[in-house]
Design a protein around this ligand. Structure first.
Ligand SMILES: Nc1ncnc2c1ncn2[C@@H]1O[C@H](COP(=O)(O)OP(=O)(O)OP(=O)(O)O)[C@@H](O)[C@H]1O
Ligand SMILES: Cc1ncc(CO)c(N)n1
Ligand SMILES: [Mg+2]
Length: 530
């Protein structure tokens, strides 16, 4: 069909009709339409390529992916050990199950192991409406293993390619489809793209991942009118297994979201490049070509210092909030100040940097995190979700004018700690609904670290604590002379006090933290005895 509503060939009017039909069905359903790719491909037991790559790619790109499995392969990072083709009538049944029920936007085909399976797919496409067909003519993997034999070539050329909105062969596949021509240079790739276009697909992308001796990763895109040389740096890595499947399913995902073809291809190439760069050092399997991480998640939190525990409200007991101005005044670095506070008994640390450059903030966060992790103390970042994400800190603390807790939760995921400053019962309720883990309540007393901040006093603190569904840490002007009073009240949900000046605007952070810790222990044990 013609993507984006441009009719490029008379034979496409049939598909145009189906677009109208499918949008009508969607209107009748009434719900929000979810972009949907159907992947018709083979399973890779090593999960780097095939169906598994397609599912991960679509998940990473925010698109729903259903699957029709055409073959099951026994495959790993060494190569393909065995292939078990799914019977053609069972492929047909899977296609019917999905397409008769779900609103599929784009079909992406990968491994189609027999002529019969290609025919079954074409029959389904004639019967059910989709907006685009992305054909990855899988024949030879980068490892050199044959996934569809030469007997399929004529069916690909004569029946499948003419139906494709885009076809994405690698060098070997392009050569095979064109009767074995030599493809050794970018100029050869252009020729191949033009020759393949003449077979009927609306667009052609000849992938140069396996182009011998090429410094960049160059792909040639041809839409029948213009050539585009899509170039990215070649990532030095062994983890390229499944790049082709990933590229094609990302193109399908972007098309499903409504992108024009060239945009979809550019985004997909950038996505592959980013995932390869992120994954270049990961080690999965002992073979020559490893998988990469489609979700860019496997490295974060997996290093040895990672905090393994869920948030524990008792961590709020002695909550140290840093202040770089104070530390500078007393001639110590932030990391040293944090290390002393932890040694003295601080149970959680919040990095609060108001007037610092982002790059310095990130560096400080990383160094403080190393100290905190080595002592099992959580580190939170004040306000800056980007810095929390980039440093892999344990969470954030946000104020009423910062990012709302719900948005912070979406960005940070379920395991990070989120705290919200609240003065009122309503704000505390909102923080709970938004998915926060604790609230900071104050200012209890007046303080010079926050100008023009109205205090709520001990009564205000009691009111919020009693109504709160979340654990509370009291903040604002708390120091050694009043901490005992605050903790000694024994109000429900109050788990600790947060302090800035009482620790950091002092000459000896270690001694001040110890003193405060002892006071809090005494106050909380006396409330327990009451
Ligand atoms: N080392 C690399 N660095 C950056 N991009 C790469 C690298 N290797 C491949 N690519 C890109 O990945 C995409 C897929 O290319 P490739 O030619 O390897 O496909 P393929 O052989 O079908 O993949 P596979 O069979 O491994 O799934 C292309 O956009 C290509 O430019
Ligand atoms: C199942 C399957 N499909 C496609 C490829 C191509 O990478 C592969 N290696 N395995
Ligand atoms: Mg390759």
């Amino acid at each position: 069909m013609a993507y984006g509503g441009v009719i490029l060939s008379n034979s496409l009017s049939f598909y145009q009709k189906r677009i109208v039909m499918s949008s009508r069905v969607q209107e009748k359903n009434g719900g929000a339409s979810i972009p949907h790719v159907l992947s018709v491909a083979g399973s890779d037991s090593g999960a780097g390529a095939g169906i598994q790559a397609d599912l991960k790619t679509c998940a990473a790109r925010g698109v729903y992916c259903s699957t029709v499995i055409t073959a099951v392969t026994a495959q790993n990072t060494v190569g393909v050990q065995s292939v078990h083709a799914v019977p053609e009538d069972f492929v047909a049944q899977q296609l019917k199950s999905v397409l008769s029920d779900m609103q599929v936007d784009v079909v992406k085909s990968g491994m189609l192991p027999s002529v019969g399976v290609v025919k079954v797919l074409l029959q389904s496409l004639a019967e059910f409406s989709v907006r685009a067909l992305v054909v990855d003519p899988v024949m030879v993997s980068t490892s050199g293993d044959v996934l569809a034999g030469p007997s399929i070539l004529s069916t690909f050329r004569e029946e499948l390619l003419p139906m494709a909105d885009i076809v994405t062969p690698n060098i070997k596949e392009a050569s095979a489809l064109l009767g074995g021509i030599r493809l050794e240079t970018v100029a050869d790739m252009r020729t191949a793209a033009e020759l393949l276009h003449a077979l009927g697909p609306r667009n052609v992308l000849v992938k140069g991942g396996d182009l011998p001796g090429s410094l960049d990763a160059v792909d040639i895109f041809f839409n029948g009118e213009h050539f585009y040389e899509l170039r990215s740096s070649r990532i030095k890595t062994h983890n390229t297994h499944g790049t082709g499947c990933t590229l094609a399913s990302c193109i399908a995902a972007e098309l499903a979201k409504g992108s024009p073809m060239l945009t979809a291809v550019r985004v997909a190439k950038r996505y592959v490049e980013t995932a390869l760069e992120y994954s270049k050092d990961i080690l999965i399997g002992n073979g020559i070509q490893g998988p990469f991480d489609h979700l860019l998640r496997l490295k974060s939190g997996s290093h040895s210092f990672s905090r393994k525990d869920a948030f524990n409200p008792s961590d709020l007991f002695l909550y140290a909030v840093t202040d770089s101005g104070m530390n500078k005044k007393w001639g110590r670095s932030m990391v040293d100040a944090v290390a002393e506070a932890i040694q003295g008994g601080a149970t959680i640390v919040q990095l609060r940097e108001k007037d610092v450059e982002t790059r310095d903030f990130l560096e400080t966060a990383k160094s403080c995190l190393a100290v905190c992790r080595s002592h099992g103390v959580p580190l939170l970042i004040n306000d800056r979700i980007d810095v929390a994400l980039a440093s892999d800190a344990d969470g954030v603390h946000v104020g009423q004018s910062d990012m709302p807790a719900t948005v912070a939760r979406t960005l940070l995921g379920p395991e990070k700690i989120i705290g919200v400053s609240c003065k009122t019962v309503e704000q505390a309720q909102q923080a709970w609904i938004g998915g926060a883990d604790y609230i900071g309540c104050g200012g209890v007393y007046s303080t010079n670290t926050k100008a023009n901040n109205p205090t709520i006093g001990l009564d205000g603190l009691k009111t919020v604590c009693s109504a709160s569904k979340l654990p509370v840490v009291a903040i604002g002007g708390i120091n050694a002379s009043n901490a005992g009073t605050v903790m000694g009240m024994g109000v429900p949900n109050l788990k600790g006090v947060a302090v800035v000046s009482a620790l950091f605007d002092r000459e000896n952070v270690l001694a001040e933290t110890k003193k405060l810790h002892a006071l809090l222990m005494e106050a909380s044990s006396s409330t327990k005895m009451q």
